[in-house]
Write a protein that binds this ligand. Sequence first.
Ligand SMILES: Cc1cc2nc3c(=O)[nH]c(=O)nc-3n(C[C@H](O)[C@H](O)[C@H](O)COP(=O)(O)OP(=O)(O)OC[C@H]3O[C@@H](n4cnc5c(N)ncnc54)[C@H](O)[C@@H]3O)c2cc1C
Length: 447
Amino acid sequence: MEPDKKQLKVVILGGSLAGLMCGVALKHAGHEVTIFEKEGHVRQSHMAGVCLGLDAERFLERHDRLSNSFSHRCLRIQALKSDETVRIFVNARRDITNWDTYYFRLRSNFDGYKSSSYPTPPQESATDGPATYNARKEVVDLTRTGDGEDTKLILSVLDHETRDVSKVEADLVVGADGPDSFVRAKYIPESKRQYVGYIAWRGTVPESEVSEATRNVFRRSVTIHLMDRHHCLVYMIPGVDGSLEKGQRYLNFLWYTNETPEALDEILMDGIDGHRHHNIVPSGRVRQDIWDARLEVAKLIPLPGPFLEVITKIKRPFIQVITEFISPRASFEDGKVLLMGDGLSLYRPHTAFSGTQGAFHALKVEEYVAGKISAQEYEEKALRYARLHWSQSIWYGHFYQSSKWTALKSAFYYWFHCGIDRIKSWWTGEERLLRGWSKVVEQYDDE
Ligand SMILES: Cc1cc2nc3c(=O)[nH]c(=O)nc-3n(C[C@H](O)[C@H](O)[C@H](O)COP(=O)(O)OP(=O)(O)OC[C@H]3O[C@@H](n4cnc5c(N)ncnc54)[C@H](O)[C@@H]3O)c2cc1C
């Protein structure tokens, strides 16, 4: 874009984490930002952790105007073996929050939305642009009129309350509309999410409900139990309203198992009305007999004591189907339409990287709008970053769920992209886009 002398009218599709991060960054740059979100203001999170990696840290340092801490700090990734001995894989820092807390914090920064997590919004700055969050409004069409400087984008927006469709004009449109992105479907209809062959059985348990011994195992670690082509993990996340108080946090449990597409028909059947879910069976909807059978398998294996204690205390389990894709493009209409977040590439969850990717994109869109990088550079960086971390997540997935040979092949694919990243960054003199582990620098009171 031309260096930002004028205030742009920016429309963002999707008011989840990526859309909000982008909205906050562009509002702080003085632009008029409108977010359309097809769902309501208050959502049901997956109660999973959202990991705040390097780019999220950078985003927060630059744009977060609230000061209290909102993530639980893990200091290591470790394995808990069947005999319940622990092996540390890596001492590395992982700051993990939960979706609701991050969402309400970004809302507080974006449009001053008041929630029980953040009842008092931060002070506005005189240079901020206007920011509007429209819930229950879905973008259903996008067209372009005019050429060059006169180009305008016209969006059709369906109001889910009244069923009216209205037209909205924009200088820049950002598709932060998730894995089933409208923007991606419009420009690259063949790029669709695909089932990777396994699912996650999931749930959370308040830390106050498990024994002291179990809490001690999981407190400051992401703990994995490896089995033959399946694995479980547990880590701690903040509690209600982002509470980090001892006793109020949650333990988050996941068990990844390989399932055939035929088996999914049974597993994904709704426990109340019997319809088949696509990607998530929400809590309260998992069939009791299906969950009971899973618990029986857990006892039969048996999972190590701390894992068994957590899974048997889950009251509202849910099931997530693991899907993935990567878009071949990130910029359309001569840079007037951009794609970002999970709409651009959907990683497997093992690297916990989606929130961090959204932050990277938000910062790059900000640079683009400020005229510091071109649309081609935005696309090149967004796609290189995506390839690197997408292939990394596939490698991890194959390591846990497939044969050693498959894992080795995907490791080579990942290393190939690491090589490209290294050469490109050497050539341009810019920082590498591959993100490593955050080092544990300070002494930590392990409670
Ligand atoms: C309700 C919810 C809860 C989540 N909970 C977790 C969690 O606990 N842990 C975790 O790791 N990840 C969670 N995620 C996913 C997480 O937000 C993403 O992995 C990541 O952070 C990047 O998100 P995103 O904003 O690119 O995509 P998403 O989070 O998928 O958001 C896309 C948004 O776009 C909206 N949308 C789609 N199409 C349109 C349209 N045409 N018009 C208007 N709006 C549209 C969707 O309703 C959605 O809110 C959750 C996502 C949602 C939506």
